[in-house]
Write a new protein. Structure first.
Length: 282
């Protein structure tokens, strides 16, 4: 049993989902930060404001942030439903009935335990060097490469999912054919004729052939499922790297001479607007 009380395989699945959640959380916070920055850049061009102007700006900001956060919370809910659907679907194949305890979702002790696990897992990943190369100097070429790799992984993921679906369909058809052969075999046993032995031998040979094909298909399906999990992990890792690379690139851009010049030009323009306002007031 691992730190969360589940086996190693399931803990790896939890880590994979937490990486996905961390990436989505970072994107949401980045969007909220952009809302505030947009307000600063577009509205805060004067030294003084009236109460009505401040209220108007805050109302607008509240509306935008409220919409962004609500959208993200709704999307998180739908994502969790899809995750539960995956687990329930797998359980139903083995005729299991899973149960959930919603009260545990607000258990502060358990939530703190998960938070501590995420912190230790992220720290451990850094020590292993998983994220070491991410914080090196990034340039647009690096970001473009990560985006290209991200798209390739998405394409590979869709291909594997298609192959896995086809394997499941083939497995279902083979199982149906096997059941039909077994029914034929059972019916023929009731016909007392001289060809029954020959027919039984043919049915047995076909049954053996179908069972072998079914076993091969099952093994192929298992391989595809493992490949699918690996592809998903790689996709989440690249998405996390891409997000970090974009942040680092934005930070580097803000330190360039072009950005500073643009900022100085914007500051001068704001000063000119203020001067024009003062002159108009006079």
């Amino acid at each position: 049993q691992a730190e969360l009380g589940v086996n190693e395989h399931h803990q790896n699945e939890v880590v994979s989902y937490m990486r996905f959640a961390r990436f989505k959380r970072g994107m949401c916070l980045k969007t909220v930060d952009s809302c505030f920055q947009d307000l600063k850049d577009s509205r805060l061009v004067e030294e003084t404001f009236t109460v009505d102007e401040v209220i108007d700006m805050l109302d607008g900001l509240q509306s935008v942030v409220h919409s962004e956060v609500e959208s993200e919370l709704i999307n998180t809910t739908y994502t969790n439903v899809l995750l539960l659907r995956q687990l329930f679907s797998q359980a139903e194949k083995w005729y299991l009935k899973l149960q959930t305890d919603v009260s545990d979702l607000e258990n502060r002790e358990l939530l703190d335990q998960v938070a501590e696990f995420e912190k230790s897992e992220y720290t451990s990943s850094n020590k292993k060097g998983v994220f070491t190369n991410i914080f090196l100097f990034f340039n647009p070429k690096t970001v473009a490469h990560l985006q290209e790799e991200n798209e390739k992984l998405k394409t590979r993921l869709r291909t594997i999912e298609t192959q896995a679906t086809a394997a499941l369909d083939e497995k279902s058809k083979l199982e149906k054919s096997l059941r039909d052969l077994q029914m034929i075999q059972g019916d023929q046993k009731n016909n007392a004729n001289q060809d029954i032995t020959e027919l039984e031998n043919k049915v047995a040979a076909l049954k053996s052939q179908f069972e072998k094909t079914l076993n091969d298909t099952t093994a192929n399906q298992k391989f595809l499922e493992e490949d699918l999990v690996t592809a998903k992990h790689d996709l989440l890792k690249v998405q996390d790297q891409l997000s970090t690379a974009e942040k680092e690139l934005e930070k580097k851009f803000q330190q360039t001479a072009a950005y500073r010049n643009m900022k100085e030009i914007l500051t001068k323009k704001n000063e000119q607007i203020k001067d024009l306002r003062r002159r108009l007031s006079k």
